[in-house]
Design a protein around this ligand. Structure first.
Ligand code: FES
Length: 359
């Protein structure tokens, strides 16, 4: 039995389209689309990926889940139909977002998933269409897209429709250049509301920090802020980073600018740029050494110390840690002059050498 929002077929789709149009208007009025430096490759990846996700991948997965469910678990179809709408919506959204938090986090910590998610972080400008910029395979194996299909099969179609609209509202607004939350932070009457809001939901400041190019700015945290709708998971699992400020640069520090076909269709299509992570036969070279590297530091300056050992700019980070469990260490030099920084990455006094390499 198909269920419709307010009795109108496909109403959830119309609402999501309405949210998109709303943000298009805001960004156009805000002058963003006039001043954008996006290349045609960026537009293809963002708009094209949105169309394919919405018209092919998501409906295909929902249909597949319903057919598989009917084939193998026919007795469970519509089993949740008697649940209260509010309770089911709550459960649906929490499970959906929990799955997506861990999938997104894994996409930053495991090399294969990182290569599928990397196009999302190659965007050098924010904008709501960035939300959909990932390789096709990233969405095909995304657990919470399958969760949408499972819930629909179990009788939660209406809950899925409402949940989709609510979630898209948060996700699209957190990627948009129209950053509503900065008005909340500045207004002393609204600031308490902002504190409660950002502890529950993902705000633009929270998510923009995730897209920042480098932690050197003290705002960006590409190795944290993984949440999509709720910020609860980041707080629970120690990956939340709140500054209420916005990075000045977005993207990847070592972006080789792959052709969009490789970015979107990896691993079927690989990049023809030999230094690209998604080129054939590419693997990261271990750059660790058994002796410290002496560098000149300048008092008061911030540096990013490489902890993964893959940076080609040792002992500093060049972004090669993406797709691993490591992240760089940001530190401020206390005095000017030479310093022995660890190159074996076994020091207990990072970033400085403690002679662990001799053990
Ligand atoms: S390159 Fe960033 S931590 Fe190694």
């Amino acid at each position: 039995m198909e269920q419709h929002l307010w009795g109108i077929p496909n109403m959830d789709v119309y609402l999501v389209m309405g949210i998109l149009v709303f943000f298009i208007i805001l960004e156009v009025v805000g002058g963003y689309w006039e001043n954008t430096k996006r290349s045609s490759s960026d537009w293809i990846q963002e708009f094209g990926a949105f169309l394919i996700l919405s018209l092919v991948i998501k409906p295909g997965i929902v249909l597949a889940a319903i057919l598989l469910g009917g084939q193998f678990f026919p007795e469970t179809q519509y089993v949740l139909g008697a649940w209260s709408f509010v309770a089911l919506l709550f459960v649906y959204l929490l499970i959906d977002d929990f799955l997506q938090y861990w999938y997104h986090r894994a996409a930053h910590e495991y090399p294969f998933l990182w290569k599928l998610h990397r196009p999302h972080h190659q965007a050098e400008e924010m904008g709501f269409f960035v939300s959909y910029r990932n390789a096709a395979l990233y969405y095909l194996i995304m657990p919470n897209v399958w969760w949408v299909g499972i819930m629909t099969f179990l009788g939660g179609g209406l809950v899925v429709a409402v949940g989709l609209v609510l979630k898209q509202l948060i996700i699209i607004s957190s990627h948009s250049t129209m950053v509503y939350d900065k008005y909340l932070y500045r207004n002393r009457w609204l600031a308490p509301l902002a504190t409660v809001w950002e502890r529950i939901f993902i705000t633009p400041a929270f998510h923009h920090a995730h897209h920042g190019k480098t932690q050197l700015d003290g705002i960006s945290e590409p190795n944290g802020n993984f949440g999509n709708m709720f910020s609860l998971w980041d707080q629970m699992f120690g990956t939340a980073h709140y500054t209420r400020e916005f990075p000045t640069a977005y993207g990847l520090p070592n972006d080789p600018k792959d052709h969009w076909t490789a970015a979107y269709l990896y691993p079927v299509v690989k990049s023809d740029l030999p230094h690209s992570e998604i080129s054939k036969g590419y693997h990261k070279q271990d750059q660790r050494k058994n002796e410290p590297t002496t560098v000149q530091l300048k008092e008061g300056e911030y540096y990013l110390f490489c902890q993964c050992g893959f940076s080609q700019n040792q002992p500093f980070c060049d972004g090669s840690h993406h797709g691993t469990h490591f992240k760089p260490l940001r530190f401020q030099a206390r005095k000017s002059g030479p310093a022995r920084l660890c190159a074996c990455k076994r020091t207990g006094a990072a970033p400085f050498c403690d002679d662990s390499h001799q053990q």
